[in-house]
Design a protein around this ligand. Structure first.
Ligand code: TXE
Length: 482
């Protein structure tokens, strides 16, 4: 399968004529050849987006009313629902997800478009009380051309929450998917053209991060950058953006804790603790990769976790097991490296999951691993593994739990399990992160719920109305009428 860029509602061959191999993680074989984008391809896409907007927002996309944008997004949501099976299959094979996970991602994508379609014509400014003789108002305007650098773990969902919001707010988008997982996003761009988005409103340029990605971050025509990915690359993107004062939203990784107090409802908590790390084989920015358990119930919680971990199975996407393979060899080696290093340091493996007999030995399969008594300063407790590896550790007091929970460079999400209402809120207010879940974890995704991090987890908010605000520039207009 050979795929080109999608620019101005048409397939575009790569300017340098080069294609890169994208691999099937379930067997290590070449799945597709993707156009290898360079600066020239990015330039074409940015020009197409600029033309769609027009110099004074008078182009075929720029002049549409909020209601017209809303209706197009609603049509795109319907097209995604109609093609959900096809999109899920592409995503499952490309990323190594089980089909049921990819299906859920397709549903979430449709929901993002619905949500932002509904929000597009409710994105209004204010009138402000001011001096006598004045009327002052604010208007929210699009940035212009927005860049969206998308990783491989949830391509459709991340596309939905950034591109959906950016389009609703009236921006024209240039998307650079991950080199490992571009197929669903190329199809989405095609669907957008089919439902009537004007040429240039949505463009997808594939290629490597250091080529197409970097060129996009450096392009002077880009007015806002939304990046989801690693902390390291996020820093490079932010530096490139700073060179030309371009606003940037960074959604980076995490080492998110779940705190289990002795009064928690364990029957409710335990399955969620497992799912929070098994979901997408741990390749989730908000994965609950640390579990802090009050010492009085520590052995009880471990005893409940162990059989559930042992039952977790990894296998080919079509088998719809708990987990598929990891996305690529680099990720596979990274996760194996963390596990091997922890074992070499004498950390205790409490349980291991299984790899299904039908899994190819050439696929990137990693079984779930549960480590107990993990020291707070170890790599396993401090660094993002991005695989199905859970670090469990005990604590004695609430103060210690808060210190441990906040004691990493990251700050994305936290979970609190307790029946004590005062403690729930007290601890939630002390968490240094962007989202806190009490007696649940993730709230089932929640497209309406603002999401993002602090510290090395990034800045800016996606999802909900906050994302829409981020994709607009607030202009104040003061009228002196006497
Ligand atoms: O990420 P990169 P990688 C974390 C996770 C994972 C690690 C490495 O810990 O193990 O990152 O993954 C594009 N300019 N997360 O190497 O490099 C790249 O092409 C512009 C967490 O895959 O950050 C891809 O589209 N763009 C995370 C995207 O950036 C560049 C999701 C992400 O790649 C670029 C994924 C450059 N110089 C990984 N270099 C999350 N927050 O969910 C690369 N890219």
């Amino acid at each position: 399968m050979r795929k080109n860029h999608f620019i101005a509602n048409a397939w575009a061959q790569p300017s340098a004529g080069q294609y890169l191999d994208s691999f099937d993680p379930s067997n290590g074989e070449v799945l597709a050849q993707l156009a290898q984008g360079h600066a020239a391809d990015i330039d074409l896409a940015v020009q197409a987006a600029q033309a769609a907007l027009g110099e004074s927002f008078d182009g075929p996309w720029g002049r549409l009313s909020a209601l017209e944008r809303s209706r197009l997004l609603m049509k795109l949501a319907a097209a995604v629902t109609e093609h959900a099976q096809e999109l899920a299959e592409l995503e499952a094979i490309d990323c190594g997800k089980s089909f049921k996970t990819a299906q859920a991602d397709a549903n979430a994508l449709a929901r993002y478009f619905e949500y932002y379609a509904g929000a597009a014509d409710k994105l209004h400014g204010e009138t402000l009380p001011f001096n006598a003789g004045y009327t002052v108002l604010t208007v929210r305007e699009p940035h212009g051309v927005t860049a969206h650098i998308v990783p491989w773990n949830y391509p459709m969902q991340i596309f939905g929450r950034t591109v959906g919001a950016a389009l609703a707010a009236g921006n024209a988008c240039v998307v650079k998917p991950a080199e490992d997982a571009s197929l669903s996003l190329l199809r989405l761009a095609e669907l957008a053209a089919e439902v009537g988005f004007p040429a240039g409103a949505l463009n997808v340029v594939t290629g490597y991060g250091r080529e197409a990605g970097q060129a996009l971050t450096e392009h002077p025509g880009v007015a806002h950058i939304s990046f989801t990915g690693s902390t390291q690359t996020g820093r490079m993107v932010a530096l490139a953006a700073a060179e030309r004062h371009c606003p940037v939203t960074l959604e980076l990784g995490g080492k998110s804790p779940q705190i289990v107090f002795e009064d928690a409802d364990l029957a409710a908590a335990v399955p969620v603790l497992v799912n929070a790390i098994a979901q997408n084989a741990g390749q989730t920015c908000s994965a609950g990769s640390r579990v802090l358990v009050q010492r009085t119930i520590y052995e009880q919680v471990l005893a409940a976790l162990v059989p559930r971990f042992e039952a977790l199975q990894s296998g080919p996407p079509a088998l719809n097991l708990d987990m598929g393979p990891l996305v690529n060899r680099k990720q596979y080696e990274q996760v194996r490296g963390f596990v091997g290093q922890a074992e070499a340091q004498g950390l205790t493996v409490a349980a291991r999951g299984r790899i299904h007999a039908e899994a190819s030995s050439k696929g990137f399969y990693q079984e779930a691993v549960l480590f107990r008594d993990v020291p707070a300063d170890s790599a396993l407790a401090q660094q993002e593994v991005f695989g199905p590896v859970l670090a469990v550790m005990p604590f004695d007091t609430e103060e210690e739990a808060v210190r441990l929970a906040n004691g990493t460079d990251f700050g994305l999400v936290a979970g609190i399990w307790s029946r004590d209402g005062a403690r729930q809120l007290r601890v939630a207010r002390k968490m240094r992160c962007g989202q806190v879940f009490i007696n649940n974890y993730g709230a089932g995704g929640g497209v309406e719920l603002p999401f993002g991090g602090v510290k090395a987890s990034g800045h800016g908010r996606e999802k909900g109305f906050e994302a829409l605000y981020g994709f607009t520039v607030l202009k104040t207009i003061a009228i002196h009428h006497g």
